[in-house]
Ligand binder design. Structure first.
Ligand SMILES: Nc1ncnc2c1ncn2[C@@H]1O[C@H](COP(=O)(O)OP(=O)(O)OP(=O)(O)O)[C@@H](O)[C@H]1O
Length: 269
């Protein structure tokens, strides 16, 4: 299996702050890889690096075998056309109906004959169970349906890599199960790699080939769902069982910047 996305000893951050250090992770063709970790642990940051929005401070990020840091605008655009991204806020165009939202990337990047375009869009809508909702306005569909439309749009160009930012958030339990199986199915049938950011342990463990747990700026654990279930690491146990006490802290950490802000705004420390 060849790696579609490969991070090797990557360090990422914003301004003076380092968020993640020594991250090594690969996503191969047909593979579903899950990235899990507490709130603020850096999952979205890693996703931004995978799409080339955030540059690695050190280490290497390869997309489709090429170094992302060496991409010019044209090669970055070409690489992004080979990727589908499902963002947390599905971000549909509210002035377009469901069909046109899914058709948008096709109209933007390809000039398909109308019949082929219609067939492709209806097929992708059928894959997410919304073929018969093609005519509806975005304002007429529910939040969960909107996420499924966004998923259909993310896969309409038959991407080789799909990045999912919390695909189960805000879905009812049936839709969570259906979406999870759909992600697995798409990876298997389109033979694309999938990287999922999620908090949903049960569903993710059903479909993932590899799971990476990140925390405290680093990869805390990596393995198949079965390997992680058997792990005796306290970080893994706390995360998987949702325990309130352990190495994963609920509170955002204190910093000198916060203390200075507090003194300035309230006069107390
Ligand atoms: N644009 C930015 N500039 C500066 N700091 C940022 C920026 N985006 C995120 N951060 C910081 O980076 C850290 C990691 O954020 P990130 O959004 O990657 O976490 P996450 O794991 O996706 O969290 P969640 O599960 O809550 O969505 C946080 O402490 C956040 O405050």
């Amino acid at each position: 299996m060849s790696a579609i996305l490969a991070l090797d000893n990557v360090s990422l951050g914003y301004g003076q702050r380092t968020i993640l250090k020594d991250i090594s992770l690969t996503v191969a063709q047909g593979e579903v890889v899950a990235l899990m970790g507490g709130s603020g642990s850096g999952k979205t940051t890693l996703l931004r690096a995978a799409t080339g929005q955030l540059k690695a401070r050190s280490g290497s990020i390869k997309l489709f075998g090429q170094e992302v840091n060496s991409f010019d605008n044209k090669s970055l655009r070409e690489a992004r056309q080979r990727m589908g991204v499902l963002f947390q806020q599905g971000a549909l165009f509210t002035d377009l109906n469901v069909f046109e939202n899914v058709a948008f990337p096709l109209r933007e990047h390809l000039s398909l004959p109308n019949e082929q375009l219609q067939q492709t869009v209806l097929d992708k809508l059928a894959a997410v169970g919304l073929r018969a909702a093609a005519h509806l306005k975005v304002s007429e569909i529910s939040g969960g349906m909107a996420r499924r439309v966004a998923l259909a749009r993310a896969i309409v160009m038959n991407p080789e890599l799909i990045l999912y930012d919390e695909p189960f958030a805000g879905l009812d339990p049936i839709a969570v199960g259906v979406t999870a199986r759909l992600i697995r199915h798409l990876s298997t049938t389109l033979h694309c790699g999938s990287l999922i950011i999620t908090h949903d342990v049960a569903e993710t463990f059903e479909i993932a080939d590899q799971v990476y747990l990140i925390g405290q700026g680093a990869i805390k654990a990596k393995g198949t769902p079965a390997e992680l279930r058997d792990a005796v690491d306290p970080y893994v146990e706390q995360f998987l069982r949702g325990l309130p006490d352990g190495p994963v802290k609920f509170d955002y950490p204190l910093s000198a910047e916060f203390e200075a802000w507090l003194v300035k705004h309230t006069g107390c420390s």
